[in-house]
Design a binder for this molecule. Sequence first.
Ligand SMILES: C[S@@+](CC[C@H](N)C(=O)[O-])C[C@H]1O[C@@H](n2cnc3c(N)ncnc32)[C@H](O)[C@@H]1O
Length: 300
Amino acid sequence: MLSYQHSFHAGNHADVLKHLTLVAVLERLNIKTKPYFYLDTHAGEGIYSLESSQALMNAEADSGVVQLSQTLQDSMNEASKSSDLIRCYLSIVDKYSEKTQYPGSPMVAASLIRQGDKAFAAELHPQAFEALKQNCRRSGVKAQHRDGFDMLNAMLPPTPNRGAVLIDPPYESKTEYQDVIDELSKAVKRWPIGIYMVWYPLLSATRIDRKSDEIVDNPKATLSEKMLSHLASLNVKSVLNVQFCNEKPSENVGMYGSGMCILNPPWQLEQDLNAIIETLQQSLVKDGNQLSKVQWLKTE
Ligand SMILES: C[S@@+](CC[C@H](N)C(=O)[O-])C[C@H]1O[C@@H](n2cnc3c(N)ncnc32)[C@H](O)[C@@H]1O
C-alpha cells in the first residue's frame, strides 16, 4: 500500500507550511544548549529534484517555495515582510535550489540540529528509504527502514528527554487518520512532555469525478477535522493548530490548504506561526481568501 510518492508534491504550499513550522519548533529548541531528541516518522527521500518528471507533472513548487522565494526577493528592502524564520527556511532551501532541488523534512532538520542532539528519520518505502539513507549520510540524522509509528513508540521516552516528533503520513488511506490518533494516544502516555507536530491536508468537500465528470462528495474531506478534535482531547498540556489555505475549497481544488497540529508547543510558537501565516498570506494566497488561522485547541 506504499503508492504515495512525495516527489510529485515537493516544495508545494503544504511543504512550505510544514517545513516553516518545523524550523520554528527546532529554533525554539535551539534556544537552550541542552541537547534534544528529534524523530521524523514519515521522512520521505530527504532531497527532491524539481526537474524530475514527477515534480514537473503539476509543477507544485511553482506556487509554493518558488513563489515564496520570488516574492520575498522582490521585496528585499521591506525587511518587515520577511521574518527571521522565513529567512532561515529560505537559506536552507537556497543550499538546494542551485541544483534545482528541494530539501525534505530530514534535510531541514539536519540543517538545524546541533552536535549532541539525537535525530532519527523513519521511511518504510524501500526506494524512498535508499534515497533517504544516501541523503542522510554525514547529516547527523540517522535514517531507518522502519514503520515510523513502530519506531515512535519503541523510542519513547527518549534520551535526551526533551525534543520533538514530526508525523507526516501520506493519508492515502482513510485509516491513516485513526492511526495517527491511536499512535499518539500511546505516545503521549510514554512521553507526555514531548512536542508532537502532525501535518494534515484540508480537502474540499466535493470533487469532480474523473470518469463521469460529475461533482461527487469527497469522503475524506471531514477526516482531518475529526482527527483534530481527538488530538485536542489527548492528555497533553496544550495543543496549537495552524492552517494555511492558498485557495478556497471547491470541486476544482482537491487540497485547498493544510495544517500542522502541535501538541505541547514550545513557548511563543504562536507568535512565530502568526508571523509565518502573515507572510504566506501575502505571498501565496491565490484568491484573496482569509481562511488561514492560528488557534489554540487546548490551553493549560
Ligand atoms: C508525505 S511523505 C513525507 C514527506 C517528508 N516528511 C517531507 O516533509 O519531506 C510520506 C512518506 O511516508 C512514507 N510512509 C508511509 N507509511 C509509512 C510508515 N508507516 N512508516 C514510515 N514511512 C511511511 C511514504 O513512503 C512517504 O515517503
